[in-house]
Write a protein that binds this ligand. Structure first.
Ligand SMILES: Nc1ncnc2c1ncn2[C@@H]1O[C@H](COP(=O)(O)OP(=O)(O)OP(=O)(O)O)[C@@H](O)[C@H]1O
Ligand SMILES: [Mg+2]
Length: 272
């Protein structure tokens, strides 16, 4: 259960983002609490990625503000937000495909402890870094031990995704933001990625954007459902599934006409 004593770590207050005449995010209020695991759901074009980009600083909101631990960070760049502890996988943890898994982890770790600079790495013995407790821990937690010497280009998409998440977490972020980390993965790979992410529960604040409810219905402790740029429902799985607007938007069930059971429309849009 969500504890009410947890403090808010990342907050959006009335944020909107328009692209010309199109309002992709429309007056969204959202608060992420410390160590919470929250999933943002919604069909194609709902505004999930745009909202995500407002949180990471890739886009500036057309109106509203973003706050981190009570401090307004609306004008902060993505790099400034990372320095504060808000890390987005993929964007800032791109892999070096010709290097090995362990060397990629070493680079991510080194970059985080040396505030972004890779220059002094040339004068450092990478062997000693490879044996550092943080690297060994990451290899173990993210089930990368057996593939540590393989080059990234030889990995499956699932293995690469686990490495990318490991690289993001090696930088010890306070908030980890993931935009569709399961996209393109096979079912077994999805299980693998979710199982390593579960190991972070209770120690890591995680916000995950996901298209398919089936993937994260047992994963996130709170769901946020977006539609046409707005948050239309928020809460536990059952609560969101039964919400009249979610039924209308996703399942296309008109409660005034039909008592059709759940599954159809939601499945068509989000489970598919
Ligand atoms: N850079 C952009 N320029 C113009 N329009 C954009 C831009 N980015 C997003 N949009 C529009 O904003 C709306 C929301 O898009 P967004 O990518 O945030 O949706 P999404 O929920 O992430 O969708 P998906 O599930 O397909 O990833 C869409 O109509 C999209 O076409
Ligand atoms: Mg998206």
């Amino acid at each position: 259960m969500i504890s009410t004593t947890k403090s808010i770590i990342l907050e959006a207050k009335g944020v909107s983002k328009s692209f010309g005449a199109m309002t992709a995010v429309n007056e969204v209020n959202f608060a992420l609490k410390e160590h919470e695991v929250v999933a943002i759901l919604g069909s194609n074009g709902a505004g999930k990625t745009t909202f995500f980009n407002l949180l990471t600083g890739l886009f500036a909101p057309s109106q509203g503000s973003i706050h981190y631990k009570g401090e307004e960070i609306t004008s902060y760049s993505p790099a400034q937000r990372v320095a504060k502890g808000i890390t987005r996988s993929f964007q800032l943890t791109s892999t070096f495909d010709t290097l090995s898994v362990i060397d990629n982890l070493v680079l991510a770790y080194y970059r985080s402890v040396n505030k972004g600079s890779l220059w002094s790495l040339f004068t450092t013995k990478t062997r000693s870094l490879q044996n550092s407790p943080a690297i060994l821990q990451a290899l173990e937690t993210f089930e990368l031990l057996e593939i540590q010497n393989r080059t990234v280009q030889s990995l499956s998409l699932g293995e690469k995704r686990r490495l990318e998440i490991a690289m993001a977490i090696t930088a010890s972020p306070e908030v980890l933001l993931l935009d569709e980390p399961l996209a393109g993965l096979a079912e077994t790979e999805i299980k693998g990625v979710l199982s390593v992410l579960r190991k972070q529960f209770g120690k890591q604040t995680i916000l995950i954007v996901e298209h398919k409810i089936s993937h994260i219905q047992d994963f996130a402790e709170r769901l946020v459902v977006m539609h046409e740029g707005r948050i239309i429902a928020e809460g536990g799985y059952e609560e969101c599934m039964q919400h009249p607007e979610v039924r209308r938007s996703y399942w296309q069930i008109d409660d005034s006409i039909s008592e059709t059971s759940t599954g159809g429309g939601w499945g068509a849009h989000v489970l598919a």
